[in-house]
Ligand binder design. Sequence first.
Ligand SMILES: NC(=O)c1ccc[n+]([C@@H]2O[C@H](COP(=O)([O-])OP(=O)(O)OC[C@H]3O[C@@H](n4cnc5c(N)ncnc54)[C@H](OP(=O)(O)O)[C@@H]3O)[C@@H](O)[C@H]2O)c1
Length: 369
Amino acid sequence: MKTILITGATGFLGGAVTVNLLKKEEAHTLLLLVRSRSAEEGLARVRANLAKFGLSAQQLAQLTPENILSGDLAAPAQFLDDARLDSVTHVLNCAAVASFGNNPLIWKVNVEGTFRLASRMSRVAGLQRFIHVGTAMSCAPQANTLVTENELDTLRDQHIVEYTWSKATVEKMMLESLPTLPLVIARPSIVVGHSRHGCSPSPSIFWVFRMALALGEFMCELEDRIDVVPVDYCADALELLLNAEQIEKTIIHISAGENSSVTFAEIDRAMARASGQLPLGDRYQKVNYRQLSESKSRFPALFGPCNERIVLRAMKLYGHFSRLNVVFSNEKLLALGMPPSSKFTDYLHHCVASTRDATLAELMEVDFK
Ligand SMILES: NC(=O)c1ccc[n+]([C@@H]2O[C@H](COP(=O)([O-])OP(=O)(O)OC[C@H]3O[C@@H](n4cnc5c(N)ncnc54)[C@H](OP(=O)(O)O)[C@@H]3O)[C@@H](O)[C@H]2O)c1
């Protein structure tokens, strides 16, 4: 029987994969690392998150305080001595400071704390697999390319934000310094919404599309492609990686790939359909950051109450990513038997419906912690 340590179960991806495992008939023990003062508080935090994925009270009741390991990756010494870690057979490491902001904990958690956890787990005799969730952006991809898993760039000046640099660095450290760790690195591309629940679990990144289309201008071309997967696809893929045979030391994208990635023009049309409006089409304009900043006075009317400076900063960061026009190859994942992802435009209407009553400022908070 597997004993699975999951980190990040109060978050988007970690929550989705925990939901998958709780729905399984197959017996396994879950141990969830959660930031909390007590197991009871941690349990309440996890349950509140999993409820957003539509889990029933009965399914949530399967979790008890025994499933919780209270701990903080910013202070790993406080939980790494817990004897329950010695029984773990599989790790799904989803926790990270996944912020494009200047969060002072990014390096401490994503590099130092994560490496300490991986080192500790590499000494567990029965450990069969350590799945580390990285990000496809950790390779700092060249614009207009089909990106394969071989690439990784750990030079700071190649990264737009500290977050992707931290993720690239810890991958390199684990690969080079922990030869006995049964490591699999899963690199999701851009995770937006849930294919049935839309943005109820999290509005992460969805607000960027809404913001750009409401403004009618952004830094990419309408024909540029973007590689988006729904969080439930990502969770299914992580579950597959938990069980797949002979994949140690594999680095694998969880991505839409060439067939399921979409253009911004397709997103424009899907967003219009879902909102009962006309697509922007030719009215859309590709602009640079200076031109975006000149539109500042229109923000409150378009987006509702918001901090214009923060919105502009978000546009600058996400604008850089939007114009990369990259697709992440999903051939390795498909070869393991994973079906292709649904397209963002196939479930975007659920994202629109689940965010209709929220302001941009409320939605973007999740990505600027
Ligand atoms: N979302 C995407 O588009 C995307 C794309 C590619 C890769 N990824 C990767 O996927 C993973 C999960 O991302 P996500 O979108 O699910 O992020 P998220 O919703 O922000 O969740 C992050 C999780 O990490 C936990 N965490 C943060 N700091 C911690 C600490 N000091 N100690 C313990 N746990 C901590 C959070 O716990 P709290 O609730 O206590 O804050 C939360 O459970 C990350 O590794 C990210 O790099 C995400």
